[in-house]
Write a protein that binds this ligand. Structure first.
Ligand code: NAD
Ligand code: DAO
Ligand code: ZN
Length: 373
């Protein structure tokens, strides 16, 4: 419709404070925009990172949330690839299809709306949310912590109607990231040895990706041994707690594996474990992929001889998946039982318990919490 919608949202008025459940107004979608009734959204560390005030791009007040799925409520002018009633996932990396990134087969980093998205604005430089007479910023081009959101048309992925939205919302971030890093960014071959540092939603999805790829050994590394059971369920074969060793973890791992791994994945966001992951790679061919997002301004280091002698350092964003053209296949795989999502959902929450979902994530209780609207 062309009406403003009044609905509930979890509003972040300022950094370093809990979100606040408010009644907000959501304006109708402008040209090339889509208004979506959000059905479910995961709660991820990136939301908490922005809420903590450390995110240099963070702006307030804002509607956070970027792991959402829902149903198209209305469309603005010039929108052709979705219609009201379509089921969609909101993607923080859009796919315009014609920028130089979209045209390249080497990357998924569509940059058409990057500048405004990073400032918390719609592509035309304005916002669609307001609350108590104040404008609210958008977040990551998605803002899924609201019953209704407005996003750019290039940020909505049309998905099949029989995909359960309360599950596939998690393909908007962590699960796709982990599986894609294995398949698309590193192209892990059958028979490879793999180590995964950090067993949250991302690391566990690297494990399932590695298993699907036919890796022969999958080492799961975490300082919280409480994660080893689920890591085993996802396909890990060996379990290492760095706290149980006095030597640097890379030295321990290289010793356990006759020289290190074919592939390692950093899924924590710490520069010391990024170094350890690189140095746990096998001489001559080992490749390490940085997935974790380190704090603003931090830098990585290793001895350059590590690279001279054949180790490779790379990174992956959203698993290298091009959102609109490639996510639907992952949904097909989930519905065929080939990709696991349900196992990674620890708990669900109503909208007014969004802060509990943040608390349970911080305490390490949740692999993923999902808020249902
Ligand atoms: P999470 O907090 O759920 O998992 C992190 C795990 O690391 C925890 O199990 C924790 O116990 C473990 N850990 C912490 N310190 C450790 C250490 N020193 N050694 C070993 N293990 C340690 O996080 P998540 O949701 O799985 O996300 C992981 C990272 O990936 C975050 O930095 C997140 O921002 C990032 N991320 C990146 C992308 C991308 O596209 N590149 C997408 C999503 C998330
Ligand atoms: O194109 O410059 C760009 C930014 C792309 C965003 C990549 C984000 C990857 C990590 C996000 C953290 C998880 C939500
Ligand atoms: Zn593009």
């Amino acid at each position: 419709s062309r009406e403003t919608i009044t609905c509930k949202a979890a509003v972040a008025w300022e950094a370093k404070a809990p979100v606040s459940i408010e009644t907000i107004e959501v304006a109708p979608p402008g040209p090339n925009e889509v208004r979506v009734k959000v059905v479910a959204t995961g709660v991820c560390h990136t939301d908490a990172y922005t809420l903590s005030g450390q995110d240099s791009e963070g702006v307030f007040p804002v509607v956070l949330g970027h792991e959402g799925a829902g149903v198209v409520e209305s469309i603005g002018e010039n929108v052709s690839h979705v219609a009201p009633g379509d089921h969609v996932i909101m993607a923080y990396i859009p796919e315009c299809g014609h920028c130089k990134f979209c045209k390249s087969t080497k990357t998924n980093l569509c940059s058409t709306i990057r500048a405004t998205q990073g400032k918390g604005l719609m592509p035309d430089g304005t916002v669609r949310f307001s609350c108590k007479g104040k404008k609210l910023f958008h977040y990551m081009g998605t803002s899924t912590f609201a019953e209704y959101t407005v996003v750019a048309d290039i940020s909505v992925v049309k998905i099949r109607d029989d995909a359960p939205l309360d599950k596939v919302c998690l393909l908007a971030c962590g699960i796709t990231t982990g599986i894609g890093a294995v398949r698309k960014s590193c192209k892990v071959e059958a028979g490879s040895s793999v180590a995964v540092f950090g067993l949250g939603g991302v690391g566990l999805s690297v494990i399932q990706g590695a298993k699907i790829a036919g890796a022969s050994t999958i080492y799961a590394v975490d300082v919280n041994p409480g994660k080893f059971d689920i890591a085993k369920q996802m396909g890990a074969t060996h379990f290492v707690n760095p706290k149980a060793h006095s030597e640097p973890i890379q030295k321990v791992l290289v010793g356990m594996t006759d020289g290190g791994f074919d592939y390692t994945f950093e899924c924590i966001g710490r520069t010391d474990t990024m170094r350890a992951a690189l140095e746990a790679c096998h001489k001559g061919w080992g490749e390490s992929c940085i997935i974790g997002v380190a704090g603003a301004g931090q830098e990585i280091s290793t001895r350059p001889f590590q690279l001279v002698t054949g180790r490779v350092w790379r990174g992956s964003a959203f698993g290298g998946y091009k959102s609109r053209s490639e996510l639907p296949t992952l949904i097909d795989e989930y519905l065929k039982g080939e990709v696991k999502i349900d196992e990674l959902i620890t708990k669900t929450y109503p909208l007014d318990k969004t802060n509990d979902a943040f608390d349970d994530m911080h305490s390490g209780k949740n692999i993923r919490g999902v808020v249902l609207y």
